[in-house]
Structure formats: structure tokens, C-alpha cells
Design a protein around this ligand. Sequence first.
Ligand code: COA
Length: 568
Amino acid sequence: MKILLLTHAFNSLTQRLHIELKKRGHAVSVEFDVNDAVTQQAVDQSTPDLILAPFLKRAIAESIWSKYLCLIVHPGIKGDRGPSALDWAILNGEKEWGVTVLQAIEEMDAGDIWASVNFPMRETTKASLYRNEVTEAALKGVLLAVDSMREEQFKPEPLDYNQVDVRGKLQPLMRQTDRRIDWQQDNTETVLRKIRSADGFPGVQDMLYGKELSLFDAHKAEGLRGEPGAILGYCGVAICRATVDGAVWIGHLKDKQGAHPFKLPATQVLGKQLATLTEITDGYSDIRYEEQEGVGYLHFRFYNGAMSTTQCNRLREAYIEARKRDTRVIVLMGGPDFWSNGIHLNTIEAAESPADESWANINAINDLAREIITTESHVTVSALQGNAGAGGVFLARAADHVWARSGVVLNPHYKDMGNLFGSEYWTYLLPKRVGEERAHRITQARLPMGTVEANELGLLDAYFAIDNVAFVEQLKQRAKLLAEDPALAEKLEQKCSTRQADEQEKPLAEYRREELERMNLNFYGFDPSYHVARYNFVYKVPKSRTPVTIAHHRDIRRRNSEDWSEVS
Ligand code: COA
């Protein structure tokens, strides 16, 4: 089947559908919904069997839905309608939510229902629900709908509020007033729910030191109390604010009116105010170490998987400490939503010299990667609970084993960031695992990759379990087996001699020098592409066209073929 993914952006959900539909033999092409004329042109060029809209911010034009079957992925239960579906579900404390695949018609979200899949809600941010439960349910719903297209008997269900299983309703766009925090009234649970309903976007607006700031990345502050609304202090990147029955940590802030109007670590946004605050030691940490049965687990829950210079340095120190322990295996856990997305583009953008900060950041992540690659005392594992992108994928590959949760999406390429060459010793790590030819193909293709393909290519060593809880359980069993392996000492010896042989052939320092030579040009050279791409990424400048790497219908080599495959 020819499927056109019509979407506002190639976000994680769209990428997952792209991977899974292609895996099932469908021809899939992508078009960003830039404006009516461009979308119409894409539809005329592609003449798809199905237009699937996983992430749209506006309605599909009648000229399109009246001619083509258009299915919308709506992140709400049957009957739910409106642009703030997940926001309301979180704010209202729903216990169960869902995704509905419905046909586009004149009225938004009111078309016939092709599939609806529910899931239990989890106490987390909107973005985390979206990347996990919503993505899994959307995939199930889309596959059901695609199967139904082949069934002649199938009739989609008209939206009928008299049906018992139609529990949703039309809900308005959520406004700041709907989730504004009343620090004198709201308890911790309510504050968390309000912030989470707006995290990643748009954030809850709040007054702090006379400034209107948006709050993100909130967590319960165990054991801390104070005057409701008072800032109790800071720890690491986060500040602590008291509620009526406890306190919350707030890790990230956005100052829309400030010089850097994008998300940054809270302590950085507060600037000089920080000096007036007390440091709460051992309060909040985005790095955590635990040990179980001969295995050290290093968790690094960095917001959005972005790793700044200081975060890389802190993680390297924590890693070196973990290596001193009397354990046999170290598992690098990343965070529950992302493993890593490489260097921190927001802190770089906010730096006085973004080029210097890029340089510092890439060197810091390289220092961390080198420690992992040269570890002789332990077997190392990268455990991907969540997605990884760019340098984050290669950092993961620095470990001896890379295990991923099924369904994780990898973006093992840098070029989308203004033709960035990339470092993290990828020129050593990638060809070693997948071979020169595949390494070249992977980095040039600029495509997201699913766990099945990544495993076939050797980028992953194993993938298992769909949900996070089951993944962590199974990975602990596997790590324990590694630690108990009677042949462990032998395997470590083997690993050390392979490393020594590799070092003889070409020293790690030489790979790094070559990579950084190219990165130096990216950061300091005449071509500003990286700086422009980073600015556009951080400021979320909407894309003005879809790259042909994913818009096959716009690729002249593919356009005339029935299934958008390349024709010579
Ligand atoms: N630095 C700072 N922020 C980052 C980031 C990075 N390296 N990577 C992702 N983010 C942020 C995004 O800005 C977004 O922020 P939001 O919460 O305000 O929406 C959030 O993380 C989620 O990213 P998004 O792009 O929406 O997620 P996705 O799952 O759709 O896409 C990637 C994943 C990895 C393809 C995409 O985030 C990306 O290209 N990141 C940049 C990777 C990179 O080039 N790193 C530098 C080179 S090592």
C-alpha cells in the first residue's frame, strides 16, 4: 500500500509509524504540512492509497479528504475531541486514556472511527506519555485500521455519543488559566499534575522573582517543607519550591522574555538570583547509582536526553566511581524517556560563544566515551529504555553490549544538524560493528531506525520487552547472568586484547583527532550550516519543506515508480 504520512513534523511517533509500516512492506513517504498549496501538491504527486496524519496542527483541506482516505491519529479515547486531549487527561487525573484513529471530515475529530486503543495512565509528563503509551497505542490503532482497509465488509463506526464505550467529549484548547498554580492552595500532587500536563509544551507559566517563567521537569521533593510558594533552595540544575504539603523540584525553566527564550536548566535561568539561595546538598540529582548482585546501574535522567558539558563531566566522574566498585558489570541506564540525544544544543545556543561551548561539549562527551571504551575491569552495557539520537547512539555503542527496549527509535546520524560530522569516536565504533559499507549507508541515509533493523545491522546486540517495567526487569536478569558468567574473566581478557590490537592498528586518539578536525570546521569554519541548523532546532523554526530523504514522492528518481522505489 502507498501511505503518505502527512504531519507537522517528523516527531518520534511519526518516525515509529514510518519504521513499522515500512517493515510491513508498505511504501511510505512523508510530507510536512507546511501550507495548503504544498500539501495539495504532495498529494497530487504521490496519489497514495492512504493519507495518515499522526501529528497535525490544523485540519486537512476538503479537496484532499473528499478524494482520498485520510486517517487522523488522535491522542484521546473514543469521543474525545479537541487540541488538548492529553493535557486534559493528565489535569483531570484520568485513570485510563487512549488513542483513536478516525477519518478526516469537515468537523475536527468527528469522523468515523477506524480503531481505538486504550491504555492505563501513568503519573508522568505529557511528552513521556506521548513517547511511550500513546505511541504504542497509536501503532496498534494504525495497524488495525490498515488491516481493516483490506476487509471488504469493514465499516468504520460513526461517532455516536449514545454508545456506552464512547466516553470522551469535545474539550477546548487548554489555556494557562486552566493550569495556573495557586501556591497557597495547591498540594504537591496538584502542582505536579499541572506542570506535567504542559511538559514538554507549552509549560506552566508562573511568577518567580517578579518574572513570568514557564516551568518544566518537575519532581516531588522528598522530605522538604516550607512556607507555601517559597523557594527553599537549589540542588544541581533544579530549584525547590514549597507547596502546601511538601515541595517540588523544578529542573527546567523558560524565560520567554529573556535573552534565551527556550528551555534551560533552572539554575542557569535564575542567574544572579541563585546567589541568594541556599544549596540543598543531596537533594536532587539527575545522576543516580545503584548496585544489585554484582552489577552497578548508572542512571542519568537528563531532560530530553541532552547532555551539557557539565552533565558529561559529572557523568564521567560517576562512571569512574562506579568502575572502582567491586562489581563485574556496569549498566548505563540513561533515563526512562531518552538514553541520550548527544550534546546539549540549548545550553550551547545560550552560551556567550556557541562555537566554544560546542567544542567544550563535544570534548566532554568524548572524554566520557573514551572512559567507557577503555574500561578493562568491567563488562559494560548500554540499556536503552528510551530513544537515542545523533551522538547519543554512538555513545551507547561505546559499551560492550547495547540492549534496547523493543520499539525504541534510533537516529544514528548527525547530518541533519547542519551537516555536522560528529564525534564520540563514531568512526571507530560504527564500522567496527557494522562494517564500512553499512556505516557509510547508515550515516548518509539520515533515517530513523527501529530495533529490528538496528539489531540486524549490529548496531544493537539485543532488544526485548515493550514496556519500561518489563524491560528493566529483564535487563536486570540478563546483567546478573553476565556478572555470574564463569567465563567472565576470560571474556574481559579477550576484550582487553582486542582493544590493545585495535589501539596498535590505529590509536583512539587518532580517531578523535580526525573527527575533531572536521568538527572544528563545523564550529569555527566558514560554513555556518551547523549554527543555523542549531538555531532553527532550538527556536523550533518550522520546516519550510520536507527533505527528499523522507519525501520519496518529491524525489525525481522515485516519483514515477508505483511504490516510490528508486528507478534507474
Ligand atoms: N539538545 C537539546 N535539546 C534536545 C536535543 C539536544 N541534543 N535533542 C532533543 N532535544 C529536545 C528537543 O528540542 C525537544 O524539546 P521540547 O521538549 O521543547 O519539545 C525534545 O528534546 C524532544 O525532541 P524532539 O525532536 O521533539 O524529539 P523526537 O523524538 O521527535 O526527535 C531526535 C528525536 C533525536 C531526532 C531530535 O530530537 C534531534 O534531532 N535532536 C538533535 C540531535 C543532535 O543533533 N544532537 C547534537 C549532535 S550530537
